[in-house]
Design a protein around this ligand. Sequence first.
Ligand code: C2E
Ligand code: MG
Ligand code: MG
Length: 344
Amino acid sequence: LLLTDIKQARDVANVAGRILHELSNAFVLGTYQIFIKASIGVSLYPSDGEDIDTLIKNADTAMYHAKNQGRNNYQFYVDSVKVTTSERRLILGTDLRGALEREELILYYQPQLDINTEKIIGTEALIRWLHPDFGLVSPTEFIPLAEDNGLIEPITKWVLRTACAQNMAWQAAGFPPMRVAVNVSNLFFEQRKVVETMSQVLKDTGMAPHYLEIELMESALMHNEEETIRELLQLKAMGVRVAIDDFGTGYSSLACLKCFPLDALKIDRSFVKDISTDRDSATITAAIITMAHSLQLNVIAEGVETEQQLTFLRAQGCDEMQGYLFSQPIPSSDIIQFLPAGSL
Ligand code: C2E
Ligand code: MG
Ligand code: MG
C-alpha cells in the first residue's frame, strides 16, 4: 500500500489502525465466515529509504517485527544502525520486559577445561538476547538494564533454572556429570536471594549442589562484609561452589580474600590477553596463581586465545582454562561434540 500526502507518522498509524479494524469483521463467503488478520510493517520516505527497493525491504523487516509482536498489529521500521545510543537503551529497556515470555533469551555455554589434560570439566552459562530488530544483544548491554528495570530477579532465576536443567539433560543423556557455572550480578546477590533461589532450583531440577558454581564479581565481596560471609557460608553448607569472576580488576583487598569461604578465582581476561607480551601482566598472573593456591583456591584463566598463553599458564600451575583457543560460547546442542562418551 503506498500512502501519499503524509504529514506525520501518526497519519500512517491511523491508516494502519483502520485497516486492522476493518479486517476484524468477518467476511461472509456463502455460508462461511472468514476471519483475516494482518501484520503491517511501515517504512517512511525518505527517512527509511530513498528508493522503492529499500522502502519495501524495510517495511518487510517491520512486518516481521509485527509478526513477532504477536501479529494483528502494525510496526514502524526501526533502523537498528541509525538509532542513537540513548534511543537504543530506551527501546531495549522497554522490550526487555516481555523478552522472557517471548522466549527471546537464550543461554550459550562455554567449555571450561582442565589445563593439563585439556578435558572438559564444566561449562559457563552465558546469556544472550535475540532481539527481533537488533539481533543478538550482549549481556554487558542488557544486564545493567535488567538491574534498572527490576528484571534481574526473574532473569537470574531463569538462567539458574535453565542452566541446571540443561546440565541434568546432559547427564540424563549418559554423559559424565560436570559442573555448570552461572553468573550472578551484584544486585541479585545483595538482595540476599541467592541461597533461597539456588536451593529451590536444585530441588526442582534434582542436580547435585557440587555441580553448580556461581560466579560473583569481586566487588560483590566489598559491601557488607559480615552479611556476605554469612551468605557464602550458607552456600558452602549447601555444597554450591563459589568463584570470583574477573579477578584482579576489582581492587579487593588481598588480605581480605582469606576471610571469605571461596572455591575459585577466575583471572580476568585483561591479564591473560597480555601475558605473552607484557611482563607486568605475566607477573600479576603468576602472583595471582601462587596466592590463590596458598589460599587453597582453584584458578581458572579466562579468555585464553593462544597456545603461548596456554603454555605460560600451564607452567605457572594454573588449574583450568576457558577461551576462544578451545571454544567460543556456543548453543547447548553444540556442546555435545566436546563431551566425552558417557555410559550410554
Ligand atoms: P564473564 O562472566 O567474565 O564472561 C566472559 C566473557 O568473555 C563472555 O562474554 C565470553 O563470551 C567472553 N570470552 C570468553 N572467552 C573469550 C576469549 O578467548 N576471548 C575474548 N575476547 N572473549 C572471551 P559475554 O558472553 O559477552 O558476557 C559478558 C559478561 O556478561 C560476562 O562476563 C558476565 O559478567 C555477564 N553475563 C553473562 N551472562 C550472564 C548472566 O546470565 N547473568 C549475569 N548477571 N551476568 C551475565
Ligand atoms: Mg563469568
Ligand atoms: Mg569473567
